[in-house]
Structure formats: structure tokens, C-alpha cells
Write a protein of this length. Structure first.
Length: 251
């Protein structure tokens, strides 16, 4: 990591992935700010959940609290108005003829990164941190590593500022994402920080596309049926199995 990169803006939805990315940024950069987007998502509850996550991080991880700066909220409702997807309309989750699920919101991450870069430019922030992933994902083209590299080049050229787009989850699956959170918590300097961060993610983050905060599962709240819940549950099961194996005495 080049020494010039000391500040970061985390695209922070309040879900498992973006919370893990926030923890990584706090472990790495001197000043970290966050940004969220309201694009008319049907799981609008995530916008409240993210505030709860930020509050808990400040309270439970005092070493990180000093680095965690301003939170920003941007209205991107126009994206919801031009999107006919199951994330912006009350329709069933299904696969389309294109081979992509109807949860794909065209242009979403491209717009997110463009607006985040504009905000980072004004705030003097050098790194954009996003939780996109090409391992456990639904095939979204705007989550691919090639897309992120292209966006980094375009934004840097277009704003005449050398941005770095950091994608710490790009090549790991959901079980490894849980493990990364545990490792980051352990390195935070907080006693029992690894389990504390895992528990925080379980209790306060929101991933469910249906916006369900009623049903509590070992991995957190959600409907347990939508694609996001299925991925999160599968990842947590794998993570728990790995933890249990590691705790067994050597033969």
C-alpha cells in the first residue's frame, strides 16, 4: 500500500459486506468517512440499520472511533425511478432471460462510485472502499474486478485525481468474509474484539432484500429466502464449521 493513501471513503450500506469493509478501512487508514445512497430500494430498512452499526462501532471499538469521521447520505432516487428490478419494485425474485437475476439494478455501482468519487474529491479522501465481490455473487457485471479497474481509471482521469478503488472482498467467499471480520476485530486492540465484531454484524447489519427485521437466525435478521439471505446463511454455516473444527483438540 502506497504511503500516499491515508484517507478513505467507504461505500457503506449497513450490510455484512460493507461493515467488514469499514472495519478493514479503520484498521488501515488514518481517517475514514462513510457514504450511503437512497435509490428507492425496497429494503429501505438498511438505511436505519447502518446508523445502528456506526453507533455500535463507535461504542464497542474506541480505537476505531477516533478514526471514524463524517457520515454522508446521498439521494439517488432517480435510479429507482428508471429501474424495473425486484430491488426497487415489489416483485418476486427470479432469473431473467439474460441470465442475470432480476435483483440486478443496471448502473447502480457505476453511479455509486461516480458520486462517491465526487464526494471524496471534495473531502480530500484518496481511497474508495467497496464490498463488491466476484466470488460469491449473482453475476452482476458491475461487481466484477474488470469493472472496478475500469472505473478507477475513468474516475482518476475524469477528475484528475489519483483515486484507488479498494475491493477487499473481491476474491473471497461469504465464509471467508465472516472470518475476515473476526480477524479484523481481533486486531482492533479491543478485548475479545473478534467475537464482538462478528456479533455486531449478526445483530445490527442488514442484508435481506425483503427488508425483514422480524425473523432472527444464527446469522442475523432476514427472510431466509431471498438470494442475499441465502448467501449470508450459507457463508455463516461455513464459517461456523471452520471455527468448530479449529477448536477441536489435535488428534
Amino acid at each position: 500500500m502506497a504511503t500516499m493513501h491515508t484517507t478513505a471513503l467507504v461505500l457503506f450500506s449497513g450490510g455484512q459486506d460493507s461493515t467488514t469493509c469499514l472495519a478493514l478501512a479503520l484498521s488501515r487508514y488514518e481517517r475514514v468517512e462513510t457514504v450511503a445512497f437512497d435509490y428507492g430500494q425496497r429494503h429501505h430498512v438498511e438505511l436505519q440499520a447502518r446508523l445502528n452499526v456506526l453507533r455500535e462501532i463507535r461504542q464497542q471499538f474506541p480505537a476505531w472511533e477516533t478514526q471514524l469521521g463524517e457520515d454522508h447520505f446521498l439521494d439517488l432516487s432517480v435510479l429507482g425511478r428508471v429501474s424495473e428490478t425486484s430491488l426497487t419494485r415489489d416483485t418476486a425474485f427470479q432469473m431473467e432471460a439474460s441470465g442475470l437475476p432480476n435483483t440486478f439494478v443496471p448502473g447502480r455501482n457505476l453511479l455509486f462510485l461516480t458520486l462517491a468519487a465526487a464526494l471524496a474529491y471534495r473531502r480530500g479522501l484518496q481511497v474508495l472502499v467497496t464490498g463488491v465481490c466476484e466470488t460469491d455473487y449473482s453475476g452482476y457485471p458491475d461487481c466484477r474486478d474488470d469493472t472496478m479497474k475500469a472505473m478507477q481509471l475513468a474516475l482518476s482521469l475524469g477528475m484528475d485525481k489519483r483515486f484507488l478503488i479498494e475491493t477487499p472482498l473481491m476474491w473471497i467467499d461469504k465464509a471467508q468474509t465472516w472470518e475476515l471480520a473476526r480477524e479484523l476485530g481481533e486486531k482492533s486492540g479491543q478485548r475479545h474484539g473478534g467475537q464482538a465484531l462478528v456479533d455486531l454484524i449478526i445483530e445490527h447489519t442488514h442484508t435481506c432484500y425483503a427488508g425483514d427485521r422480524t425473523h432472527r437466525h444464527p446469522w442475523g435478521y432476514g427472510c431466509a429466502k431471498c438470494p442475499a439471505c441465502e448467501l449470508r446463511a450459507k457463508g455463516y454455516a461455513g464459517f461456523s464449521a471452520n471455527v468448530n473444527r479449529a477448536s477441536l483438540p489435535a488428534a
